[in-house]
Design a protein around this ligand. Sequence first.
Ligand code: CDP
Length: 210
Amino acid sequence: MIIAIDGPSGVGKGTLAKLLAKKTGYEYLDTGALYRAVTLYMIEKGIDCDDKDSIINQITNISDNELLKLTANPKIREEEVSINVSKIAVYQEVRDFLYDFQVNFSKNPKGAILDGRDIGTVICPDADIKLFITASPQVRALRRHKENKEKGLESDYQEVFRQLKARDERDASRNIAPCKPADGAIIIDTSNLSREQVLEKAMKIIKNKS
Ligand code: CDP
């Protein structure tokens, strides 16, 4: 069983995916963390994320082990990575590099849940269940802002909103693997729903399918 969960930034995909993994026992992959890991790797090497040639030159030097290690590094959540990640995510070579890792993960016999931007469209077009999670940009920015404050990070709502819109625009308008609902995806708007309500909706969809 493969569950593909896509949607824009700050929409609660990760929260939902983790709760679903707990309920179902399927393995969970946060694919955004892979893109963030590559971004951190480049930043630490002193490579500018707008410098496509250098990124492409370096990317194949990253081993699967190193990639996994980087995904566990808390630095991947820091602002510098958040600002740069959608720049490197537009390069086809970066997406190709991460493709096999994601497809292999999706074949886990225990069942797999992957969240990202292109899981239902590119990585797992034959997923058993495809969910596209949305919420208004205001709601998403407010959630991110609250999350930052809870983590004790400095946060300015207007700035969070501006960055989120900029990333949305880059992710949705790129030619390669843009963030959009896959064919057959079920859209869940979480603007007015609690975590529990979103989980309940998703579990109903899964039960109906299995
Ligand atoms: O933290 P947030 O939910 O905002 O984003 P994320 O899931 O950590 O993903 C970070 C960035 O990686 C996105 O803004 C996309 O540019 C890129 N990404 C992608 O292109 N394809 C994916 N499957 C996952 C992430």
